[in-house]
Design a protein around this ligand. Sequence first.
Ligand SMILES: [Ca+2]
Length: 208
Amino acid sequence: MKRAVSVGIVVSVALSLAAIPPLAAAAPKPKVVIEDPVGDANFINDQGTGDGSFGDFATPADVSSVTDLASISFSNDPKNLYITIDTEAAPPATQGVGYRVRVNPDGAGGSYCLLFEAFFPGAGNDLTEAKGHLRDVCEGGESAPVQVLGSILVIPRNAHKALGKGATLKAPQAQGFIYGGSYPAGVAAPTTDTTKPGSDYKLVDKKR
Ligand SMILES: [Ca+2]
């Protein structure tokens, strides 16, 4: 069982690397900050608090390969943060879907402050192309648009002070979900897959 899962992840990573667009390929080598089993996007592991602490359930059989998270990788250059969302199958899907990567659980009760979200067109929503944004849910709901290139989010570092020189993005955690309604106010639910918190990422900046 364990072996089958790791083989699935390797295949999935290889597929997504082949699809990396030229812009992101120029960025430094991505660092994997979250790993999650494939085959568990069955809505069940969301039914706890949504933070992955409810566990990974591979039964019953999952319903969505596109929202089945496999790994999340971070990379950066002086201008942008790049987040690669690796799933069992690449978006978009027939159904409208989306992803959320959260960092910095510094809010009340340990809630996450900084959210990076991407939404893809499909049945149930009004999108005609992928859209993304960052949201600060701790300090006044500040938000900024984020470019979505396939499964890669390109986030301008000047969009938020948490992405400054030498900053560390703490305890990243990710969710895959069904996305319906009208962007940006649409409904990001139900969640099909969640991950456990991963490892911190320190932005790479050369000293001058
Ligand atoms: Ca998964």
